[in-house]
Design a protein around this ligand. Structure first.
Ligand code: HSE
Length: 406
């Protein structure tokens, strides 16, 4: 039976305002914002002042509030709010991907302890209903991989730079102005933000908790002009792709830029749109596409979670309960196109080199490397790495590798 929910909202930034708007436009939903707790006392706000408070207890200890909607930036403060809300018998809706990715196992446990749900569809690919689909639709399908674009800002920047020949700095500024980027945009451009989302998806697709720090990650900040020129010359696009693969009892993952050809499902996904391809044993490949950032798309996902609470929906974490014995591993290889300064290049770093050229003082290579080698290059200035078109994760047995690549 549908309930009339009383909401307490933390934060009134881009997503909070988006939620307020979409909630007002959705006449059928029985939910009302009772209080919005904000930090900044001097900011003028477009709503009656008595709706706002600066005291978190006006929500957390208010017995009339059923649902805490957490939409603040700070992941540590957000986790404190979540814990207190659950302990006080309130359901939680949050879009804080960093807080979720850093604490997902604990959040799973706390939901069992307190018997109250935490929903977070807005945290992953904004408007794409991917978590609920992984939970419900793919319940009986054996998912073998998930792959996609999980950050709107970087896809927006790549579109502007590659298709409209805008500068990187101007495109980033636009992504910030449009409310797509994080308040610290290095989280977007260095690939932290999509690695948080990938970690959350791995839990719901495969039932494995992985810390985002374990996922090897390259952001768009590592792209060079040579990469952009190569893409244009070869009629390719560049996308920042998160992927996870299940094989032989292991989950492998990687977040990196990739050249994609015009037959690839991610080729035409432009601007702030995200896309996730799920491959299952019986359904095979299905790609979900939708806006992955922005006030209304994220607000609409948060609204959908609130709506789900009116009929007592909760994630069941079915893949975790199946106790499938899967473990996370970085023992995999991938084919890349990379360029190095001559003093940085070591042939023995590669399992296989398919092509090698020297020009303009750089060595460019097409070859296969293990993920840990990619990790060791991630801090080297001047190394640029993009996954080859159609590249896929190749799991390997450590024993077959040459010592230099182990
Ligand atoms: N900064 C994020 C992005 C916002 O650009 O995708 C949505 O999570």
């Amino acid at each position: 039976m549908k309930k009339n929910l009383q909401l307490g909202v933390f934060g009134f930034g881009c997503v909070g305002q988006g939620l307020y708007h979409v909630l007002n436009e959705t006449k059928g939903l029985k939910a009302e914002i009772r209080k919005i707790v904000v930090k900044n006392k001097s900011k003028s706000r477009p709503l009656p002042a008595d709706l706002f408070s600066f005291d978190r207890n006006d929500i957390l200890t208010n017995p009339e509030i059923d649902v805490v909607v957490e939409l603040i930036d700070d992941p540590v403060a957000a986790f404190e709010i979540l814990k207190e809300a659950l302990a006080n018998g309130k359901a939680v809706v949050t879009a804080n991907k960093r807080m979720l990715a850093d604490n997902l196992e604990e959040i799973y446990r706390l939901q069992q302890v307190y018997g109250k749900p935490v929903l977070y569809e807005g945290a992953v690919c904004a408007s794409i209903p991917i978590i609920r689909n992984l939970e419900e639709y793919y319940d009986n399908d054996l998912i073998s991989s998930i792959e996609g674009i999980m950050n709107g800002s970087t896809n927006y920047i790549l579109t502007k730079v590659m298709e409209e020949k805008k500068s990187y700095a101007e495109s980033l500024r636009q992504a910030q102005d449009l409310g797509f980027a994080e308040s610290d945009p290095t989280l977007d451009v260095r690939g932290y933000d999509p690695s948080f989302k990938l970690a959350i998806l791995i839990a719901h697709a495969f039932g494995v908790f992985v810390s985002p720090d374990q996922i090897i990650r390259f952001g768009i900040d590592r792209l060079s002009q040579t990469d952009l020129d190569f893409a244009v010359k070869n009629n390719l696009n560049i996308r920042l792709v998160g992927r996870a693969l299940k094989q032989n009892g292991k989950i492998y993952a990687l977040l990196a830029t990739q050249f994609v050809s015009n037959t690839h499902p991610l080729f035409g996904v432009r601007n702030e749109y995200n896309a996730v391809t799920v491959t299952g044993a019986f359904a095979e490949k299905q790609t979900f596409i939708g806006k992955g950032a922005g006030s209304y798309p994220t607000g609409s996902a948060v609204l959908s979670d609130i709506s789900a609470l009116t009929y007592d929906y909760r994630y069941e974490y079915k893949k975790i309960l199946q106790e499938n014995g899967l473990t996370f591993s970085n023992d995999a290889a991938v084919e890349i196109l990379a360029s190095f300064k001559p003093e940085q290049f070591r042939e023995e770093d590669f399992i296989e080199i398919k092509e090698r050229k020297s020009s303009s003082g750089l060595i460019t290579v097409r070859g296969t490397v293990v993920l840990n080698r990619l990790q060791s290059w991630s801090d080297l200035d001047g190394v640029s790495i993009v996954l080859a078109p159609e590249a896929a994760l190749i799991p390997f047995e450590a024993a077959i590798l040459q010592p230099s690549a182990s």
